[in-house]
Design a protein around this ligand. Structure first.
Ligand SMILES: Cc1ncc(COP(=O)(O)O)c(C=O)c1O
Length: 453
């Protein structure tokens, strides 16, 4: 039998999350005057137990038992070897993928959604408000809130709301409420609609709407939740890489030569890469590649700067690679990769030379997704197709170099609710979008006045 899946017994599930921040020279979030903010500045947005986790510099945090109980419904996630793609490419590389598509919501997102919902509930919160790009995070948080007993409201970026209608149904069936963003429900939404009535929306706008909705609730029982970018989200996702390390060892491999993940806000990439990054810091030779769309080139073209996480400028100033918080990416189908910023932890690791970011075109990614479906079988999410396209590039490079490299990537989600994009690709109706230097400079303009990291 050719197919290879490496399952980890449930008893081997990680009991602690890993924080790479303990190894990096992190800069603090600051206010407009450049003064580091304290935990109280975030108290209306997040519950204090998650704020503490956000600011924690310890390398390890115990995972509470009730969270493990929920994660054990689908974790440990399988590590699979893409033997059929290897054969097709005639590559000497061994390609492994961590299959996060097996979660109930179909992606890695529930790893953090469950933890966030649980900490909110512990703190006495009753309602969570969030944003979603492609709908994966909104679905994951609706699922987690349903199990944990919280109400969930989701502002979904307009273009994805229209492209992926069944994601909304999924949120609804887990009790979540979903509105298209920009909406007329918030100041942020109304001001954007007044200027750009036909806007496809952006994650920065949806985040702005969700924060506004959370902080303006006077009961004090509502908080905001973010599906990526923040330190505590990277922490929760570290189970991906911690499991993968054990599974690679079970497969008889030492450390990988190449690690790849698509990067929107950075969480699935970080989840896989961070536990291995420590090995790289200790001398292991590993190419670690976060992959983004050319239409939203945050880490390949955006400077490392202080910027707001949302269009409404309600977050503190965060040190990160950014395209400017007003940046509205073109309507590519990888909705989860349309974010102007990148996680401070991922950004700092890039600054420290640990990662080698790459930007790819939408069409190349769809071609990779089609090849994947016709060799390995599964239909991947458009976000995940960016990782697969980079894997193909690396596998071809290994063939040219005649090197038996071990490549591992994060299979962040399935694309069974993203078929409209595939339909358009097959009909020849998709295009590539490049960001002009002029547009980039225009959207970076506001950050020139902010404090510098
Ligand atoms: C399947 C999938 N992969 C990747 C991403 C990108 O997010 P992140 O960079 O936080 O992993 C998303 C975001 O919605 C997603 O749905």
């Amino acid at each position: 039998m050719k197919s290879i899946t490496i399952n980890l017994p449930q008893s081997e599930m990680p009991r602690q999350w890993y924080n790479l921040g303990s190894e990096l020279s992190m800069q603090p979030p600051v206010d407009a005057a450049g003064k580091p903010i304290g935990p109280e500045a975030l108290a209306k947005i997040f519950p204090m137990n998650l704020i503490e986790q956000e600011m924690c510099t310890d390398p390890w945090t115990d995972i509470p038992e009730p969270i493990l109980d929920i994660l054990s419904r689908w974790r440990p996630a399988p590590l699979r070897r893409a033997v059929f793609l290897e054969e097709y490419l005639k590559t000497p590389a061994r390609i492994y993928y961590k299959d996060e598509s097996v979660s109930p919501a179909g992606s890695h997102k529930p790893n953090s959604a469950v933890a966030q919902a649980w900490y909110n509930k512990q703190f006495g919160i009753e309602n969570i408000v969030t944003e979603t790009g492609a709908g994966q995070w909104g679905a994951a948080l609706s699922f987690a809130c349903s199990l944990i007993g919280l109400k969930c409201k989701v502002y979904m970026v307009r273009i994805s709301y229209d492209q992926k209608p069944f994601r909304k149904v999924m949120m609804n069936l887990w009790g979540g409420e979903c509105v298209a963003s920009p909406s007329t429900e918030t100041e942020v939404g109304r001001s954007i609609l007044a200027k750009y009535p036909d806007t496809p929306g952006s994650l920065g706008i949806a985040i702005g709407e969700a924060i506004e909705a959370a902080v303006s609730d006077e009961t004090g029982k509502t908080r905001y939740s973010l599906g990526s970018v923040l330190n505590h989200v990277m922490l929760h996702q570290s189970v991906i890489g911690l499991e993968a390390k054990k599974q690679l060892a079970l497969a008889g491999e030492k450390l990988p030569d190449v690690i790849i993940g698509c990067a929107g806000g950075g969480s699935n990439f970080a989840g896989l890469a961070f536990p291995f990054t420590l090995d790289k810091m200790h001398g292991a030779e590993i190419d670690i590649i976060p992959v983004e769309p050319e239409a939203c080139p945050t880490i390949t073209r955006g400077p490392f700067a202080y910027d707001y996480g949302d269009v409404g400028c309600q977050t503190p100033l965060i040190p990160m690679h950014t395209l400017g918080h007003d940046f509205i990416p073109r309507p590519i189908h990888a909705g989860g990769l349309r974010y102007h910023g990148m996680a401070p932890l991922v950004s700092q690791a890039i600054v420290e030379g640990l990662f080698a970011p790459r930007a790819l075109k939408q069409m190349e990614c769809y071609e990779a997704a089609m090849l994947w479906a016709n060799t390995e079988g599964p239909v991947c999410a458009p976000e995940t197709s960016h990782a697969i396209a980079a894997v193909i590039q690396e596998a071809i490079k290994a063939r040219e170099e005649q090197r038996e490299k071990v490549i591992i990537f994060s299979y962040s989600g399935h694309g069974l609710l993203d078929l409209a994009g595939y339909e358009k690709f097959m009909a020849g109706d998709l295009t590539d979008y490049a960001l002009s230097e002029e547009d980039l400079q225009a959207s970076l303009q506001p950050i020139s006045n902010y404090p510098k990291p």
